[in-house]
Design a protein around this ligand. Structure first.
Ligand code: BES
Ligand code: MN
Ligand code: ZN
Length: 499
């Protein structure tokens, strides 16, 4: 779907969406369309007593007279003073999805400045377009026999605004972010026979075109570095592991260390010899969603030339059972020197992250380090698919992350850490074991990671429940969500740029 901006007015083709507010009050553009069509919009609203102009409410007028558009879609937006970015994005996403099911190929959305909103006219237009872009995401690569009439019909979205040039300028960075979310979603949706450590590393390399410095560390290099925890996970797979290091230098003014993002990139998690049950094992292609989010946010920062120094480190491995696979009970030595008794080969993500976190801390001395991982099923038990679990050793960083998540509707709920939980992973024969007791599985996993971050301000986001959605949402269609890209991009924009 192509997105463009043009001057206000009733277009000559396609569908036209207009906005109404609480109480059914029409926007300026809606009034104009109403006047041109002999009052068709007001009549439609009067005929739909349940339409109150609230968010998520719609009324349609098919084949209105006096104009050449196929239909009017009147979209409710609630109270003008409460209109924010996410509300406009939801509106754009929902509208585009409605119209793409009708067969219309062109949708125009008429916008005006909203009295009482903190967003300017061009920003309003840009956020609507941004939401439409995110909401109409679809992974179609492997469909070859789908009938034309089942395919989404929309090819062009035109946002109408008084100042198209300013809207285009406001949209440019949002488009960079949206394309990065889409990039992450594509990587997560791709199956394990297409995305494996080498091919995922190759995808990360494409960021070089945007000015990101990308290094790919081979298995031999990882062995030299002493990454025994990560290598132990990889040893059962025919695919060699890689660690990819991405650096974005957006400023020379900052004397502080970079902000660092670290991602779990298990391209397929069979569980290893502690094999997972067959039911739903296919879902474990998304066990690299943490690394996809890290690659995605690095891409977004580069796309909008963020004035920040950031590094992204992803540990790419496949967790498979084989005669070469690590055994339950094996003891491995991590890069930090700490030894780990691997009691369950399915608790592999923490082993990969242990070495990636240590490496990142030692090499870059980051001012803050945030890791993302589809780490535990237990976080889904705790929080469902609505919020990701956050664990942090730094209240300030945790507060910044919470705020960024709220602003982007990628919500985080802080979970506890503590010595009692930490003792759960003490081992009888090594420095630690890779699983805790029966309860608090997400917390003992976080305690494990904490043993590899030293004093670095750090947060761990357990995105096992939010990396994939089983429900279609306005800007997040069913499937891979790209969770974390928007959140971390905003964390940087609000707290780390020019600072
Ligand atoms: N990748 C899984 C976690 C997961 C489970 C993510 C379900 C998304 C949906 C992780 O590697 C894993 O297997 N964790 C185990 C840990 C256990 C063995 C201590 C789990 O959660 O069951
Ligand atoms: Mn696992
Ligand atoms: Zn896993």
């Amino acid at each position: 779907m192509k997105v463009g901006f043009s001057k206000s007015g009733v277009p000559a083709r396609g569908a036209l969406a207009v906005i109404a507010f609480s109480g059914g009050k029409l926007s300026k553009a809606a009034e104009a369309a109403d006047a041109k069509s002999g009052g068709a919009i007001r009549r439609a609203i009067r005929s739909s007593p349940r339409f109150k102009g609230e968010k998520g409410q719609f009324v349609e007028v098919l084949g209105p007279s006096g104009v050449r558009v196929t239909r009017f879609v009147v979209a409710g937006l609630g109270k003008p003073a409460e209109v924010d970015g996410p509300a406009l994005e939801n509106l754009g996403g929902t509208l585009a999805k409605r119209v793409t099911a009708t067969g219309d190929t062109i949708l125009s959305i008429a916008t005006d400045p909203i009295g009482g909103s903190t967003l300017s006219g061009p920003e309003i237009a840009a956020h609507i377009a941004y939401g439409a872009k995110l909401g109409t995401y679809r992974f179609g690569r492997y469909r070859t026999t789908e009938k034309e009439e089942k395919k989404p019909s929309l090819t062009n979205l035109n946002v109408l605004t008084a100042n198209p040039a300013a809207a285009r300028r406001a949209f440019a960075p949002l488009l960079g972010i949206a394309e990065s979310v889409v990039f992450a979603r594509d990587l997560v949706t791709e199956p394990g026979n297409i995305i494996y450590p080498r091919s995922l590393a190759d995808q990360a390399k494409t960021l070089a075109a945007l000015g990101v410095k990308v290094e790919v560390l081979s298995a031999a290099r990882l062995a030299k570095l002493g990454m025994g925890a990560l290598l132990g996970v990889a040893q059962g797979s025919a695919h060699e592991p890689y660690v990819v290091v991405m650096q974005w230098r957006g400023t020379t003014a900052s004397k502080k260390g970079p902000i660092a993002f670290v991602g779990k990139g298990v391209t397929f998690d069979s569980g290893g010899l502690s094999l997972k049950p067959a039911a739903s094992m296919e879902e474990m292609k998304f066990d690299m969603a943490g690394s996809a989010a890290v690659i995605g946010v690095m891409r977004a920062l580069a796309a909008r030339k963020a004035k920040v120094n950031a590094v992204g480190v992803v540990g790419l491995v496949e967790n498979m059972p084989s005669s070469k696979a690590q055994r339950p009970g094996d003891v491995v030595r991590s890069m930090s020197g700490q030894t780990i008794e691997v009691l369950n080969t399915d608790a592999e993500g923490r082993l990969v992250l242990a070495d990636c976190l240590w490496y990142t801390k030692e090499r870059f001395k980051p001012r803050a380090m945030i890791n993302l991982a589809t780490l535990t099923g237990a976080i889904i038990v705790a929080l469902g698919h609505f919020q990701a679990g956050m664990f942090s050793n730094d209240d300030h960083l945790a507060a910044q992350l919470t705020a960024a998540g709220n602003g982007e509707n990628e919500r985080l709920w802080r979970m506890p850490l503590g010595d009692d939980y930490d003792r759960e992973i003490d081992s009888e024969i090594a420095d630690m074991k890779n699983i805790g007791g029966k309860g608090a599985g997400s917390i003992t996993a976080a305690q494990f990671l904490k043993r590899f971050v030293g004093n670095t301000p750090w947060a761990h986001l357990d995105i096992a429940g939010t990396a994939w959605t089983y429900k279609d949402q306005a800007v997040v269609p069913k499937g891979a969500t790209g969770f974390g890209v928007r959140l971390l991009n905003r964390l940087v924009a609000d707290n780390f740029e020019n600072k």
